[in-house]
Design a protein around this ligand. Structure first.
Ligand code: 1GP
Length: 224
């Protein structure tokens, strides 16, 4: 994972043809995340996983609901929303899930916790998790906590649907030594992919897959 640069995030609630899935998986991206905020069901996740599993590419589930934890993924990403105003999104839903799935964890289910910092006030995840918009110093402090308090493998700057501030991403990157920096949001073309990848360890590309497929593929070649 330390060498990864680019990940496509596929939303199980949205449609892709088999040919599009083939192109995404053969594009040179480093991994596929399956995850979304609304309309994520067990059957939709399972059906998408089956298609992606045909390729020699790591496939990760970003867990957003306990009802759709499908077995067979290479990793399970567990978001902890650090700038939520509710403890629920930082600790309680994860605690509930661990209680429920403890036997599977004892068998070695590969979990990775992502410290999320959500910065786009208009995105669904910001509203759903009752986030507070952090300023620059707040974000840097969250990154510090992700690495030094919680030893998280991943700190995720999330601007879903909106292109973020590359300077802020650069400042966060300068704080992190062990924790990987993921950046997602508004990467809709070659130039934005290249600019954000200068600072983040890994860029995550989502919406543009569904809005302009050719441009989505260009984000891979931009960083490879
Ligand atoms: C969403 O960070 C990802 O969780 C990607 O964002 O959909 O804006 O590319 P976009």
């Amino acid at each position: 994972m330390k060498s990864w640069k680019h990940i496509f995030k596929l939303d199980p609630a949205k449609e892709l043809s088999d040919d599009e899935i083939d192109q995404l998986c053969q594009s040179g991206t480093d991994a596929i995340i399956i995850g979304g905020t609304d309309g994520v069901t067990y059957d939709k996740v399972e059906s998408l996983l089956e298609k992606v599993q045909a390729y020699a590419l790591p496939c990760l589930l970003e867990v957003s609901t306990m009802d759709a934890i499908v077995p067979g993924f290479d990793y399970y990403f567990i978001p902890m929303v650090m700038n939520s105003t509710e403890k629920k999104w930082m600790m309680d839903i994860q605690h509930k899930a661990i209680k429920h799935y403890k036997p599977f964890l004892d068998w070695g289910l590969p979990l990775l916790v992502e410290g999320y910092c959500i910065l786009n006030e208009d995105c669904k995840a910001f509203k759903k998790t009752n986030c507070k918009r952090p300023d620059q110093e707040d974000v840097i402090a969250y990154a510090y906590m992700a690495e030094h308090f919680f030893s998280l493998p991943i700190f995720y700057i999330e601007y879903s649907g909106m292109y973020g501030d590359p300077e802020l991403v650069a400042q966060v990157k300068a704080e992190l030594k062990q924790t990987l920096l993921f950046y997602g949001g508004g990467i809709v073309n070659h130039d934005k992919a290249r600019e954000m990848k200068k600072h983040a360890d890994v860029i995550i590309v989502g919406n543009i897959i569904y809005d302009d497929f050719v441009k989505a593929l260009e984000t891979v070649t931009a960083v490879k």
